[in-house]
Design a protein around this ligand. Sequence first.
Ligand SMILES: [Mg+2]
Length: 110
Amino acid sequence: MKLPIDDLTISALQAAMLAAIAKHGENRTPLNPHMLNPDKLVILAEEFGEVARACTYDEGDHDALIKELVQTAAMALAWAQSLDWPGRGAMVPMVPMESRESPYTRMPRS
Ligand SMILES: [Mg+2]
């Protein structure tokens, strides 16, 4: 059976995830199972917002749209992968966030 997502798109997704890890560190991506879901949502929303920007009449750009869609998908899949899936087994352990302050919202956690 032909898989619906082609290899080029999967490769772009992996490249986007590697770029995010290189830029922010793995612990500061949604791959980190210790990161709170609201922080992961902020990351995903930021990428989604960039998709919207790439669709605007004055800043819209076809290549940027593709790039931001792939980055949004990468963050969403990283978040999904970080969650505890029934029957999937243990995930790769990661170091808990050092700070109690969210690096994304700049708001203290209660
Ligand atoms: Mg982006």
